[in-house]
Every structure is written in C-alpha cells, then in structure tokens.
Design a protein around this ligand. Structure first.
Ligand SMILES: [Zn+2]
Length: 321
C-alpha cells in the first residue's frame, strides 16, 4: 500500500472535488482558491475531511495514533482481540465468493485495478481473497484515527475523482454513516463506468460502535440503496441463526445496568450463541432466510440507469405471501 502519493492522481478535495495544490509541509491545500480548504497530513497520512461537513475534527488525528499500514487490518483493543479469539464460526456466506468474482472481472479489464476499501481501516471478513492478489492496488480509507487507513476520510465526501476507481468494498460500513444514500452516491460517482461495488450491510442486528449506528436495510431496501447499479448477485451474508445469536447476546446484556456484568453476560451469550450461528451454514441461504437475515450483501456494477421501485418489488425473493 505504501504512501498516499501512489494514489495522488486519483485524489481530489473532498469539498469541491477540485485538484490539490502541492503539499506544503504537513498540509495539503485545495488548489482552488475559492474553496480554500486545507487538510493536515499526520504521520504521512492525509486527513481529507471537511470539518464543516463531518462529525470528525482534524484535532482527532494525532501522530503515533494510527495502526501500521496493512490493507484491511487495524489495531483492535486488547478486549476486542481476546473476544475475537473466542469460538465463533463468524458466519460470512458471501465475501470470499464475491471477492473472487470481483478479482476475476477486474483483472480481465486492467493489469493494476484500484480497489477502494471504504471503512477498510479494520480487517474485513474474507479480505485475504483481495490482499493476497498483488496485482490489485488496494487503498483503505477510514475515519477512525486508530485504524490502518492510508487516507483518513468521511464516506459522505470521498476524496476521489469522478470515475477514477475500478472497485469499491464497503463491509459493515453503511449502517455507521448518518446518510447511507449520499455515501452510495459518492461510490457511484467515483467508480469508473461498469466499476464494481461489493457492500455488506446489517439487517437484523443490534446497535454496535456506540452512537455511530444509524440504519438497517432489508434485502429490498439494500437493493434500492444500490438502484443505480446492475446486480451481479445479492443475498444473505449471515442468516437468521446469526440474527438469533445477536438477539440472544443483547437480550442477556440488557438485564443489568452494570457495565462489567453486561460485558460478562454478553461474553456468556457469545459462547452459548455458537449453536445458533452454526445453523446458518445449513439454512442461511434458503429463501426464507432472506426475510430474517442478520446481514445483506450486494455485488454489482455501476450503471447509468436506475432500477425502478416497481422492478425492485417484482424481484422480491423471500417467502412471505
Ligand atoms: Zn476544494
């Protein structure tokens, strides 16, 4: 991944989408005097965030804070690392297959395609299918100051030029943004014609990541979110078993006001929920699972037409009658 300068020809001001002026010291100024925005560079990583349009401030980014650069890998807290080692099948029925499809399509078109990992400052599931392919130019962006992002930015105002990127991955990102529709418009804008998007977004899932949790999507709602894209495939990332596992953990944790006790109950819930989660490997891709899935995915290509709501509804694949 290296330096952000390797992607300089793709970057633009997040506010006016104009070109940058040359960096002066630790500041990257917008080249358009009417815009006048200036962006700090912290430990060689630019913070391409417009403070007037984002919940993030430039002061949030301090030297020595970010995780080492590695595509799709971030530094998790000690508890998070420990919990992540607990037995869990970590159901993901889609990522590896979709990444293999994405990789094949990209390498048919280009010898060095650029893949933008939105929210890629932390490890996404199945990501090794992409990180293991040296021909792909992966660039991970994230607003989290402690993440492994090469470029810090806000998904509402992505600092990439129109039609500059070959593919975008957004795993468990769009529930954490205030305006997912605007973020998908940004993804559409920066993708090349026919560029590929892969997104995983929760449906039946409880609140996580503190206050940064806004929206859930049914399979239909998620398809509508990507209505300016042609579908390659879509479905459940994880099914009703995982949904039940989350509900069980949060049900237990809701019994107490004590944070340590809630954490202990959540941990107990995580261990005992194992039995629910494994059922997704058997039932998770049946049509009925789509109506109660924990998480939904969409793999598609940028289109210049819009799928109508009537077409969307006609494409319902669940089992409700
Ligand atoms: Zn600007």
């Amino acid at each position: 991944m290296g330096s952000y300068r390797a992607f300089a020809e793709l970057l633009c001001c997040p506010t006016c989408k104009g070109a940058f002026a040359p960096a002066t010291g630790e500041v990257l100024p917008c080249g358009d005097a009417r815009c006048g925005k200036r962006f700090p560079i912290v430990d060689g990583r630019p913070v391409l965030i417009d403070e007037d349009r984002s919940v993030f401030h430039h002061r949030d980014y301090q030297p020595g804070q970010a995780a080492p650069l590695k595509a799709g890998a971030g530094r998790a807290g000690a508890l998070r690392r420990w919990v992540s080692r607990l037995p869990s099948p970590g159901v993901n029925l889609s990522a590896v297959r979709c990444f293999e499809t994405m990789k094949r399509l990209l390498l048919e078109r280009s010898s060095a395609p650029v893949v933008l990992l939105v929210g890629g400052g932390f490890q996404g599931k199945g990501m090794k299918a992409l990180t293991g392919e040296p021909a792909l130019r992966l660039v991970n962006v994230d607003p989290s100051p402690d993440s492994a992002a090469l470029i810090f930015c806000d998904a509402h105002d992505l600092p990439f030029r129109d039609g500059s990127v070959d593919a975008v991955v957004a795993q468990a990102v769009l529930e954490h943004v205030a305006d997912p529709w605007r973020c998908v418009e940004e993804i559409h804008r920066l993708l090349k014609p026919n560029g590929i998007v892969y997104a995983e977004t929760p449906f039946m899932q409880q609140v996580h990541l503190y206050g940064y949790d806004f929206t859930r999507f049914s399979h239909m709602g998620h398809r509508r979110l990507f209505r300016r894209f042609a579908e390659l495939e879509s479905g459940a990332v994880a099914g009703p078993g995982t949904a039940l596992a989350w509900a069980w953990r949060y049900f237990l944790a809701s019994w107490t006001r004590s944070r340590p006790l809630a954490k202990a109950l959540a941990l107990f819930g995580r261990i005992t929920a194992f039995v629910f989660e494994v059922t997704d490997h058997i039932f998770g891709q049946r049509p009925g699972a789509l109506d109660a899935a924990s998480c939904i995915y969409f793999l598609g290509t940028r289109a210049e037409t819009v799928v109508s709501d009537r077409e969307l509804i006609a494409g319902y694949r669940g089992t409700q009658r």
